[in-house]
Design a protein around this ligand. Structure first.
Ligand code: SAM
Length: 347
């Protein structure tokens, strides 16, 4: 029989039984924070003087590959590399290159990333060569001064060059925009028209109460129900069935023909169809973005060169996946409902 990367065709075609949680949800999607570091300091995400993890606490790229591959062996079909900013981790393209083997073997449907775009001009062509087809680029404003104010350290020109390079390399780009009261709320119709004019979907995200950022997120919170109503005055929004397996709900904007998504963790619950878990760069597995319970995968990973202990730890973690989260923006205490930052768990 012919071999495909060390496997027979017969073996390559066999789909392993997926990991299934106590609520019958198959876990087919792993998000991996490759680093907690970032070259931006978005005001709703990080404090300016963030303390980052010591480098020795991080999984090496080889260890990240090993954990990802263990999940792929157990039926995960989609990997998203995120952060922090994944493209600032030294050697990160080596991880994409090595994970690309699972695409070629038919074990993985998608390898993708979420990025702030600052390094995309450098890496877009290599990402495409590794088998990446789509990237999510986070972008909250098209105004260079506002962009600098929101990201504290970012340069809009570099992100635009990154988006250009990604499209030129043949990557499909989706824009993610956090809706921020008094910051970009007036600009959202323009952002939608701009994204659709460049053949990019755009998803709007509500601010989530994750991580202490030094000032109250209540001031930034803008309910998407309101945003949607306002966009509805400007555009004709048509509900569509399109799903990416994620929490976004989509509409078609009739005037542009483009797709617009809404992620509303605070005003709607999207847990019943949750198919994902999240791995931090230190090897901690969070079974829910909005709950504290987590499993340490680094210890079993490092205790043995074979994957028996790791597999057992993954199984017992999935058996504890909670039914859902209960984020609240705590109006009384003005505190985040979870102390860890999005940059730790991976956005
Ligand atoms: N650096 C990459 C990027 O910029 O996309 C990946 C990590 S970033 C944490 C992922 C996404 O999370 C970004 O779209 C960011 O805007 C979003 N994000 C960060 N903190 C958030 C919060 N508290 N509420 C909602 N979205 C948040």
């Amino acid at each position: 029989m012919m071999a495909v990367k060390g496997m027979t065709i017969h073996q390559a075609a066999v789909r392993p039984a997926p990991l299934v949680d106590p609520f019958g949800r198959a876990i087919t999607y792993l998000r991996v924070s490759a680093t907690d570091r970032c070259d931006f300091r978005c005001v709703y995400c990080m404090a300016e003087n963030m303390a980052f993890l010591p480098k020795q606490d991080l999984l090496t790229l080889e260890e990240l590959d090993r954990v990802c591959s263990a999940f792929v062996t157990r039926g995960v079909r989609k990997l998203r590399i995120t952060g922090g900013e994944p493209l600032v981790r030294r050697g990160i393209m080596g991880l994409f290159e090595s994970l690309g083997r699972h695409l070629r073997a038919g074990m993985l449907d998608e390898l993708t990333l979420t990025t702030n775009g600052s390094q995309l001009a450098k890496y877009a062509a290599s990402l495409k060569a590794c088998g990446v087809e789509r990237v999510n680029v986070s972008l909250d404003t098209l105004d260079p001064d506002k962009f600098r104010a929101v990201t504290r350290w970012g340069d809009l020109g570099k992100v635009m060059a990154g988006i250009d390079a990604a499209q030129a390399a043949g990557l499909k780009v989706k824009i993610n925009t956090v809706a921020l009261r008094d910051v970009n709320e007036d600009e959202l119709p323009h952002l939608v028209a701009w994204a659709h004019g460049r053949a990019m979907d755009i998803t709007l995200i509500e601010v989530m109460p994750l991580g202490d950022i030094g000032d109250a997120r209540l001031d930034q919170y803008l309910p998407l129900s309101l945003v949607r109503a306002r966009l509805g005055e400007r555009f004709t929004l048509e509900d569509i069935d399109y799903r990416t397996g994620g929490p976004a709900r989509y509409v078609r904007v009739q005037e542009t023909g483009g797709r617009l998504g809404f992620i509303t963790p605070l005003t709607h619950n999207f847990c019943e169809s949750c198919n994902r878990v999240r791995l931090t760069c230190t090897g901690t597995l969070y079974m829910c973005l909005g709950q504290e319970d987590a499993a340490d995968l680094r210890t079993p990973l490092r205790m043995s060169e074979s994957n028996g202990l790791l597999d057992a730890a993954i199984e017992s973690a999935i058996a504890r996946k909670p039914k859902g989260h209960d984020f609240v923006i705590d109006r009384r205490h003005r505190r985040p409902s979870l102390s860890r930052h999005m940059s730790v768990t991976g956005g």
